[in-house]
Structure formats: C-alpha cells, structure tokens
Design a protein around this ligand. Structure first.
Ligand code: HEM
Length: 459
C-alpha cells in the first residue's frame, strides 16, 4: 500500500491509513500493537479501527474506572452475529435491565457455597485422567486440558448422568467455539447476519445439535424436579432460580444460560491450565515448591474443596499463569452521553479498550514482567501490586461470574495431576494466538515424568 499515513489525534497516537485507520497493525498482531501503543504513546492513546474512534487505556486505575462504569456511562461493546446465534440473549450478550435480571438469576448458582459441591466432580475427572497416564508417555497438554475441562463442564452443568450426552454436546460446543473465535478475529465480524459463509453454516449446524441436546437435558431435569429428586448441578440451580417477581427462567433462557456458562468457562479454564503447565515446566524451583506443598498438605490423598484455602502456592501458580497469559486479553466498552474517564470527557460513541495482556506485562506494576514468579503474590512480597493491575476476570458490575469456579477448578486440577506427574515440555515453548481466548499456536507437547520417580505416577 502506498497511501499516505495521517498523524494521530491531538492527544497523540499512531499514524493511520485512510479508511482503514490502524486496522492493518491491529489485525496483524493485536498483542504487539497494544504494547507498542503503550510504549510509544503512553497510557491514553487514540487510534482508529476503520471509521471507529478508539482509546486504549493502560493504567490500572483507568481500567478499573472503565469496568466500574459499564452499564452506567459506558455500555458493553456489541457482540456479533455468532455470539447471538450461540449464546442467544444470555447474560454475556444481554444489556440493561434484561442483563440485571439475568445476572441476579445466574449468580446464586456459582456462589462459593455452590462451587463447593462442584469440587468433587472436578477432582474425580482429574483423577480419572491421571489414572490413564503413564510415565514416559508423550501428550499434547492443550488437548488433554481441553478434554478434561470439557468433561468437568458437562458434568457440573448437567449432572454426572449427562455423561452419555457428553460426546455430541462437547463436539458441537467445540465446533461452535472454533467458529466464534474465527468470527471474532476475522472480517466476518463486520458482515450483516444475512450473509452466509461456510463458517456460519457450521455454526448453525452446531447450534442445532446443542438446541436438541440441551432441550432433552432440560426436560429430564424438569421431570426429575417434578418427581421431587434433589440434584446439585448448575442447571438444577438455574431451574430453581426465581426473579424478584417470583418468575423462573423460561426454557429458552435456560438454554441460553447453560450454553453461556459452558462457553464462558470451558476454554478460558483449559487454556489457563495449559499455560500453567508450560510455565511450570520451565521453572524447576516453582515446581519443587508445588510438589512440596502438595505432599505436605495432602500427603498423597486427593484434594477436596476445603484444601483450596490450604494450598497458597498452588493458588499463586494459577494467579501468576493468569497474569502472564490472561485468557481474555481484551476488554472494551462504548461511551454513552456524558462519559468521562480519569477526569477527561470521552465523546459518546468512542470505544475505550483496555488489555489485561499489556497491563499484566507492564514493568511498572510487575518488575521483570515476562518472568514466571508465583512469589510475586506472597503476602510479604517487596513490590505490592497496585489495585486493578491484575484483572483476568474483568471487574465492576459485569465482572466474571465464574471466577471462583475457575480458580478452584484450576487449583484442584493442578493439585491432583502435579501430585503424580511433572509435565516436561523440555525446551519446546508454544507461541500465543489471540483468538477469542489466548490460545497456544499449536500443540503443547510434554513428556510425563513421575512426580516421585520411584512410583511411576501411581497414587
Ligand atoms: C480462567 C477462567 C476465566 C476467565 C479468565 C474469565 C474471564 C472473564 C472476563 C474477563 C469477563 C468479563 C468480560 C467483559 O467485561 O467484557 C467474564 C465474564 C463472564 N464469565 Fe468468565 N472467565 C473465566 C471462567 C468462567 C467460568 C468458569 C464461568 C462459568 C462457570 C464464567 C462465566 C462468565 C459469565 C457468565 C460472564 C458474563 C458476566 C456478565 O456479563 O455479567 N467465566 N469472564
């Protein structure tokens, strides 16, 4: 392209292409683009995506203020065709009063007290996975973690007796999630709903399977509930939920929220685990401290929910993995009339973006930011982390509903597997691909080594 670049706005920013703005650099490598904006132009940068005016904020307090103002002076960024097709009008897609009602109905199902009852399923699934592993075996860590979190998602959502429906549900969810990611990063995001593409056809087919399967599971749950059976899966809690007028979620709403919880929780948690294993593989001292903690606290038994509080180092490993590889690497919201941020007015219609990736990798808040150091999170660490500098779960009124669920799942899965195996990636390191979540660019290969060399991974 030979078109002349025009300077950024008066508040400073990168030069823009006519019509495209900064789309080429953003599309090529959004992670590097955000870091270059922060390093080259400061904490408040104007840039453009085609005709759309954007601001990137990189200070933790601005990120916190932005997230806190969503649903008041900012509104959530509109999600495209694929999101609405798959998630319907579930809590991630809904806005305003509709969102408030749904959030209030879904929240009780993922409270810490409820997460306690899902912990046994998490541990059981991880234990079954470890039972099939052998020392010396070569595995694709990402694939293993995706399979494991899929099983956990289906069983915690629909109950252990839904295991028979796991295959069609998981396959359709995986297809839908892939197409969602492709639409999110591709030009299809800007296509009107009536345009048909092969990806959209695959999405429609996957959604049809999900609608059929979930309808069946909901009917089974309704029948069990009518017969007075007590169940403690997520869907049963959603079925029992009542809004302030005493009304339940409709069948369509139950379908939307079930898919939302699955999509919101599965890939985010599986990639967190994948990255945690890769980081641990390159950090023998952190790994040794993990093995020591697990041996001391668990003494070879399986963990339970209450152990989550007793395993601070395991929790810090998860927290540090989420810092270096935040699965949701980008959050944005659109200014409504009268919006301001950091004391500056933001014109209505402007999209304000913040990136957990670039804030988490900023040396001002995290010295030597690319180093994996779970000890940063020690209570007496020398560099306290500023508020909002770590925000993998977003913040404010639309903060992640499943944060507790995800943190407990990641820690318990690590605790079960790391007691028995060390996942040795050698010198291989997967690169990052910023899709819908922060994915590895390819397989993450590792050789299984017994955590205690004399027992071959047995428990
Ligand atoms: C490590 C795992 C996870 C990460 C990093 C993560 C991250 C996030 C983030 C950043 C948001 C806010 C997005 C925004 O403001 O635009 C969010 C929202 C949400 N997450 Fe998670 N999430 C994780 C796991 C889960 C799990 C396990 C569930 C369900 C069990 C879940 C359910 C949701 C829901 C329902 C919302 C929408 C909340 C609303 O809009 O009111 N997430 N998540």
């Amino acid at each position: 392209m030979t078109a002349t670049l025009t300077p950024g706005t008066r508040s400073g920013g990168p030069r823009r292409w006519p019509l495209l703005g900064n789309l080429p650099a953003f599309a090529r490598d959004p992670l590097a683009f955000f870091e270059s904006l922060r390093d080259g132009y400061g904490d408040w940068v104007s840039w453009a995506l085609g005709p759309q005016r954007n601001i990137l904020v990189s200070r933790p307090e601005h990120a916190g203020e932005l997230l806190g103002a969503v649903e008041s002076t900012f509104r959530p960024t509109e999600l495209g065709w694929a999101f609405r097709q798959l998630l319907g009008n579930g809590v991630v897609v809904a806005t305003g009063d509709d969102w408030r009602r749904k959030r209030a109905l879904v929240q009780p199902a993922v409270r810490p007290r409820q997460v306690r009852s899902y912990a046994a399923t998490m541990v059981e699934c991880a234990d079954a996975l470890a039972g099939g592993w052998r020392a010396g075996q070569r595995i694709d860590v990402h694939r293993e973690m995706a399979g494991l979190t899929q099983r956990i998602a289906v069983r915690t959502l629909f109950g252990s007796d839904a295991a028979g429906r796991e295959a069609p549900i998981s396959t359709a969810m995986a297809t839908a999630q892939r197409e969602l990611g492709a639409e999110f990063r591709g030009l299809t995001l800007f296509l009107p709903p009536w345009v048909r593409t092969p990806g959209r056809r695959r999405m429609r087919e996957a959604v049809a399977v999900l609608d059929r399967e979930i309808e069946h599971v909901i009917r089974e749950h309704e029948a069990a509930s009518a017969a007075g059976a007590e169940r403690d899966d997520l869907l049963s809690r959603l079925l029992a939920a009542r809004d302030e007028t005493g009304g339940p979620l409709s069948r369509k709403e139950l379908r939307d929220e079930s898919i939302t919880l699955y999509i919101g929780g599965h890939e985010t948690t599986s990639t967190t685990l994948t990255w945690a294993w890769q980081l641990l593989s390159g950090a023998p001292a952190a790994r040794a401290r993990l093995t020591e903690e697990l041996d001391r606290v668990l003494g070879g038994r399986l963990p339970a929910y209450d152990d989550y509080a007793r395993l601070p180092w395991t929790r810090q490993v998860v927290k540090e993995a989420l810092r270096i590889y935040p699965p949701i690497w980008l959050i944005s919201a659109v200014a409504t009339e009268g919006a301001s941020l950091g004391g500056r007015a933001v014109p209505a219609g402007t999209s304000v973006w913040t990136s957990p990736w670039s804030v988490h990798r900023d040396a001002r808040w995290f010295p030597d930011p690319e180093a994996f150091r779970p000890e940063r999170w020690d209570a007496d660490a020398p560099h306290p982390v500023p508020e909002h500098a770590w925000f993998p779960f977003g913040g404010g009124p639309r903060a992640c509903l499943g944060a507790r669920f995800a943190l407990v799942e990641a820690a318990l899965v690590l605790a079960v597997l790391a007691q028995r195996f060390h996942l040795d990636s050698g010198s291989d390191r997967a690169g990052v691909f910023p899709g819908l979540t922060l994915q590895p660019t390819g397989p993450v290969l590792a050789t299984l080594r017994a955590a205690r060399p004399h027992d071959g991974g047995a428990r």
